[in-house]
Design a binder for this molecule. Structure first.
Ligand SMILES: Nc1nc2c(ncn2[C@@H]2O[C@H](COP(=O)(O)OP(=O)(O)OP(=O)(O)O)[C@@H](O)[C@H]2O)c(=O)[nH]1
Ligand SMILES: [Mg+2]
Length: 385
């Protein structure tokens, strides 16, 4: 019951005890907002839909972290966006009422706003992305960029010919956390249209990150297409040479490289699922890193993805103890799915996925390299590098 003004409720024949529950729920939500738990400053011209109360019998709202669910989407993604919101609410958020932020480079349609708002248990914010955060910068040499795109099309590189895809990768790498609607939140859970949540999420992952001093959480890790990031690793190496101070002692280089950093093994966290701390992206190390990468133009001259960019940064500048594998969260973005392998977790989470089909130890998965990090192998830097 997302657009549920009390007046609408009053016009329906609702018994007095039900109304008392509704008013109590409104008071609880109002109190939560008054405590400033998700205190969003409403920028001029931004659209916002506040959902004042969930269904009459909704459980108490408990959003304990300064966090938001975040989705980047086009209006044409509506059906798959609705599915993702529905599953996220059913499996997790109906117990918490965390806010949602939806961003788009175009204004969201009324239909989009109405349909996703119908499912959300918390406040819903719709925003438009500033032009300069989305579109290809003027200083990119378009002749070179076109030539490279054409070569990628000839090579059958996935999304090789697409400029919007490149805009999206650059935006997710360096801009989403600066948007006025997102700026006042610390943690986010990235949700894409058309994904699936296969288990009840019985913990609050934001609180988990906060209490355990974690920066970045993932569920699936795999290899990147090397054709899309041909000069990324040498650029990362150049950056590390110029800024060795940003590489933490307990880094996860051994996850990224099998030869002490000389080559990138293409392992990264699949960023369509991310639960992370935006203070890291906003911090000195990542800001310098993103600016450095962006200045090389690789988001447009190649097709650098936000997944390797985020993963490399988290591995090197946050470190292995700050990254968390959310093994309890059953998640799918076609064609890959993570299903909790431990029978007790699977049962407790009422998981609908088949453990047999979990991607975890598929030959294309990098999870074994992640596991290896915690078996006492040497870290990058131990040998003086
Ligand atoms: N507003 C907007 N969102 C976009 C655009 N392109 C992609 N997105 C969103 O960015 C995210 C990633 O895009 P996807 O097309 O799913 O990219 P992908 O996951 O690498 O590829 P798929 O395997 O096709 O899902 C999704 O949340 C999309 O809805 C765009 O041009 N505009
Ligand atoms: Mg996708």
């Amino acid at each position: 019951m997302p657009y549920s003004p009390i007046s609408t409720l009053l016009t329906k024949r609702i018994s007095r005890p039900v109304l008392i529950v509704v008013f109590a729920a409104v008071r609880a939500c109002t109190h939560a907002r008054a405590t400033g738990i998700h205190n969003v400053v409403q920028p001029e011209g931004e659209e916002r839909t506040n959902i004042e109360v969930g269904a009459a019998a909704a459980p108490p709202q408990r959003h304990l972290a300064n966090a938001t669910l975040f989705m980047l989407a086009r209006n044409s993604d509506i059906d798959s966006a609705v599915n993702s919101v529905h599953e996220m609410e059913d499996r997790f958020n109906h117990n918490h009422g965390y806010p949602w932020v939806f961003l788009n480079e175009e204004p969201f349609s009324e239909d989009f706003k109405r349909r996703v708002s119908n499912l959300a248990s918390g406040p819903v914010h719709f925003g438009q992305i500033p032009y300069e955060h989305w579109y290809q910068p003027d200083w990119i040499n378009e002749t070179v960029a076109t030539e490279e795109r054409n070569k990628m099309v000839a090579d059958n590189t996935i999304y090789g010919g697409s400029v919007p895809y490149r805009n999206m990768c650059r935006f997710n790498s360096g801009f989403f956390y600066r948007h006025p609607l997102v700026q006042n939140f610390r943690y986010y859970w990235r949700v894409e249209p058309g994904v699936h949540f296969h288990c009840d999420v019985n913990i609050d992952p934001f609180v988990y990150l906060q209490e355990n001093n974690k920066t970045y959480g993932f569920t699936i890790t795999l290899y990147e297409f090397s054709r899309t990031i041909e000069s990324l690793w040498s650029t990362v190496n150049d950056f590390m040479t110029e800024h060795p101070e940003y590489v933490v002692q307990n880094n996860a280089m051994h996850f990224l490289s099998d030869n002490g950093g000389a080559n990138y093994n293409l392992c990264h966290f699949w960023s369509n699922f991310e639960i992370a701390d935006m203070d890291f992206w906003r911090g000195e190390a990542y800001s310098a890193f993103f600016e450095y990468l962006d200045s090389r133009g690789g988001f447009y001259y190649e097709r650098w993805g936000d997944a390797p960019v985020h993963s490399i940064a988290a591995a090197l500048f946050a470190g292995k103890d700050r990254i968390h594998f959310f093994r309890d969260i059953g998640y799918e973005h076609a064609p890959f799915m993570h299903c909790p392998a431990e029978p007790d977790i699977w049962k407790r989470g009422r998981c609908a996925c088949d453990i047999e089909h979990s991607f975890d130890y598929n030959s294309y998965s990098c999870l074994w390299r992640w596991d290896r990090l915690f078996r006492g192998d040497r870290m990058f830097g131990d040998d003086g590098r």
